[in-house]
Ligand binder design. Structure first.
Ligand SMILES: C[S@@+](CC[C@H](N)C(=O)[O-])C[C@H]1O[C@@H](n2cnc3c(N)ncnc32)[C@H](O)[C@@H]1O
Length: 439
């Protein structure tokens, strides 16, 4: 029985961050595992008397939404467990309605933070990945905690409580069938697993923050076919990438192929998570930016060069492509991935510091794909002052995207087109692409 109090709540609108808004005696309560319109009983998880808002998790549904479905994964089912694991927090909502809610979140954020009416600029709803049926098996990258018994585990939302796992239905079958769940990971802090979407089979296991003897012992237990490396993060910020990778078996990188272009991605380096994301996003960026021979384009937060490579190819030898990435390992991948193209200038550094250097380059377009936090104020201001005719902004967070839309608008850039792709089914995440043109 729960020791914390429960409340009966009528669920209001969906909000950014995967929860719905409800009110109790005038106070806002952010409720997880609910659907707008439902009447639920919810357990308070954060309820400081003086706090402006509280948090709660649904424990019982008194009046279900017509869009409620049985959760596909028991450990994440809030109706079955008090501390459901995170990572599939929309699994109780039909896939179609998940997309409807994500579209509402984007529209609300754009309206509230940037004063933009999404419908007026042609926003036509959230698009599923091509061929999507059940929203399962899409994650080509997984990160697991390790519990006290050495088993792969995940934590509940805003909690350190771990649940041991024997499967994760959102993970790519190449990961699920690789034999990783049957191993004792004692002595390892975190396990990251990635599968190549080029062949759906090559798997790399990264043992993070591992005691050296433990890493060797675990590598011996893992099936022979798997590539294994030990990884230590170091102390720097992600973009400064002070991590060190130590190869234990096979390669410490994965091959990827997107629209006929071949890439190599180092274990700890960034790559899109959904098995189709790299293709979907590259196709859309190319269509929106429409690069022409001789043009000069910058790809900021470029990762391993996913967009840089086809952009460089399209601008051709008479053009120039500037690919800027902060993490050293990922930058090295980009250098290697773009080495055949003389027009590609692959620059390592933080965008905040490098953008000024591009000011004299008379750019025709900028593509940017920052981390969840979006671009910082200074980057938005410099981009806004750059005079570049078009900016294609790829974003994994609708709130920072809307905030940056307002910042760019203040410098004369109008959001003329926005689209959202459901590249994180059964979670509240989404991928937004916006095209800004200079007024
Ligand atoms: C969302 S990923 C996009 C990568 C690439 N566009 C792709 O789709 O594969 C963001 C990238 O920005 C890098 N990054 C984060 N902060 C940065 C910064 N301040 N300056 C430069 N790169 C940064 C990360 O290392 C990561 O590779």
């Amino acid at each position: 029985m729960p020791s914390t109090p429960t409340l009966e709540l009528r669920i209001g609108p969906i909000a950014h961050g995967g929860h719905c808004v409800a009110r109790h005696e005038g106070r806002v309560i952010f409720v997880r595992h609910a659907i707008p319109g439902e009447l639920v009983r919810a357990r308070l998880t954060e309820a400081e008397p003086e706090a402006k808002f509280w948090r709660a998790d649904v424990t019982e549904v008194l009046e279900p939404s017509e869009h409620r479905v049985a959760h596909f994964w028991d450990p994440a089912d809030a109706l079955a467990h008090h501390d459901p694991v995170g990572g599939a927090e929309f699994g109780h909502i039909s896939l179609g309605h998940q997309r409807e809610l994500k579209g509402r979140i984007l529209a609300e954020q754009l309206q509230r933070l940037a004063g933009v009416d999404a419908q007026q600029i042609g926003f036509s709803g959230v698009q599923p990945a091509p061929g999507e049926r059940d929203g399962l098996g899409w994650r080509t990258r997984m990160a697991y905690a390790v519990n006290g018994q050495g088993a792969l585990a995940m934590s509940a939302h805003r909690s350190h409580r771990l649940t041991a796992l024997e499967q994760m239905p959102l993970a790519h079958p190449g990961i699920e069938n690789s034999g990783i769940y049957q191993v004792d990971y004692s002595g390892i802090s975190r396990v990251e697993v990635a599968v190549s979407s080029a062949d759906d089979a090559t798997v790399l296991v990264l043992l993070a923050e591992a005691e050296p003897e433990a890493a060797v012992r675990v590598a011996r237990q893992l099936p022979e076919a798997l590539n294994v490396a030990a990884f230590s993060q170091g102390t720097g910020a992600a973009a400064d990438g002070q991590g060190a990778l130590h190869q234990l078996r096979g390669h410490s990188w994965l091959p990827e192929t997107v629209l006929g272009h071949r890439y190599r991605v180092t274990g700890e380096g960034f790559w899109q998570i959904h098995r189709q994301a790299a293709t979907v996003l590259t196709e859309r960026v190319l269509e929106l930016v429409d690069p022409r021979p001789g043009q000069r384009i910058a790809d900021l937060y470029a990762g391993a060069g996913l967009f840089s490579l086809p952009l460089a190819q399209r601008v051709g030898a008479a053009g120039a492509l500037f690919s800027i990435e902060g993490a050293p390992g990922t930058h090295r991948d980009a250098k290697r991935n773009l080495r055949a193209l003389d027009q590609a200038r692959v620059i390592r550094g933080r965008v905040e510091r490098m953008l000024r250097q591009l000011a004299a380059e008379r750019l025709d377009a900028v593509v940017l794909d920052p981390p969840r936090a979006g671009v910082d104020k200074k980057v938005a201001a410099e981009l806004g002052n750059s005079g570049v005719p078009r900016i294609c902004y790829v974003s994994c967070d609708p709130a920072s995207f809307a905030r940056d839309t307002a910042r760019l608008a203040a410098r004369g850039y109008e959001l003329g087109h926005v689209e959202v792709h459901d590249l994180y089914p059964h979670t509240h995440h989404m991928e937004t692409i916006g095209l800004f043109e200079r007024r």
